[in-house]
Design a protein around this ligand. Sequence first.
Ligand code: 3PG
Ligand code: MG
Length: 401
Amino acid sequence: MSSKDFKTLDDIGDVQGKRGLVRVDLNVPMADGKVTDDTRLQALLPTVIELADKGAKLLLLAHFGRPKGEYRPEFSLEPVVAPLAAVLGRDVGFMQRPDADAIAALPNGSITVIENSRFAAGEEKNDPAMAKMIASFGDFYVNDAFSTAHRAHVTTEGIAHYLPSYAGRSMERELTALDKALGNPEHPVAAVVGGAKVSSKLDVLRQMVEIVDHLIIGGGMANTFLAARGVNVGKSLCEHDLADVANEILAAADKADCTVHLPYDVVVAKEFRANPPTRTVNVHEVEADEMILDIGPAAVEALSDVLKTCKTLVWNGPLGAFETPPFDMATVALARTAAALTKEGQLLSVAGGGDTVAALNQAGVADDFSFVSTAGGAFLEWMEGKVLPGVEALKQSDKKI
Ligand code: 3PG
Ligand code: MG
């Protein structure tokens, strides 16, 4: 996919005094009423400031949590307004529900958050009547939330059918980076797929073996593959019932000339807690009462050598139980190699999805990757090769402002 498939803010023309419905992702982690990670707020800044400075009246549409179509105060977006204003360096207003007279009275260049879109029952059903109604409050629609693009909801998809629609700057950056990494990559391409369970990433693995040259499997998922190959993984996290599926994926990889890298040394412990006694052993030496909690140093070195031969890297998921020391060592070490190769200009590195950003932050290298996605589920669905309804709707939009 190229960014030419849909309109961006470069195509938007004069928006002075126009009402812009802008879908953003305000689904930020909060604790005690405070935003604990403002990455998603930072991501929407370029679009919002650009449009506000052009004199548009901006109505920001977003969800928070999963209130399931009814008003629940703990899911209000109101507590996000002040942190957002701080990030933007602008005043930000708040509206319980869009109101035509109130919107007409807003000054040009103003920014207003509309209460959680998921309080309305029609949002997640993508109810066309609701989409039409919400669209009537705007003159144009901008989707700047790649991280919600896997949802076909009113604010992520439905509205695009009724208004001139554009990708925001953050959406545009995500799509351009992801296209470079998997749509149209420079080979050899490596994918790191880690995390706890094979079952949650089956489609990702199936798609990756068809596209990439090297598939590096880590985390609990690697245990399932090792077990499928007859390795005794002791009491490691392992989905034994997926042995056949794992073997099918390995066979598909073979056919597609994709080299699958499983660890050959691992770090094991008898208990899963911080800093227990550990052993580093060959995968064939795991005892019945031990569990694999990280990839070993020899495997990490071999994987670093693989990355040195690659031009492109897609990373999703940690290699070990990285939240519990010392089982972050492999993830940190390999992430640092990837970051160094990126800095040297040898590697295009793109990461995203769930725990991945936290793992890269822990390694202190998130800024050194070519691109780190703000998305969790949407990143995975993109890796699965699925059509993202939010992106598709922008491509199909042909209305002009
Ligand atoms: C996310 O946090 O992954 C996005 O905001 C989407 O949220 P959802 O998984 O509740 O649809
Ligand atoms: Mg999600």
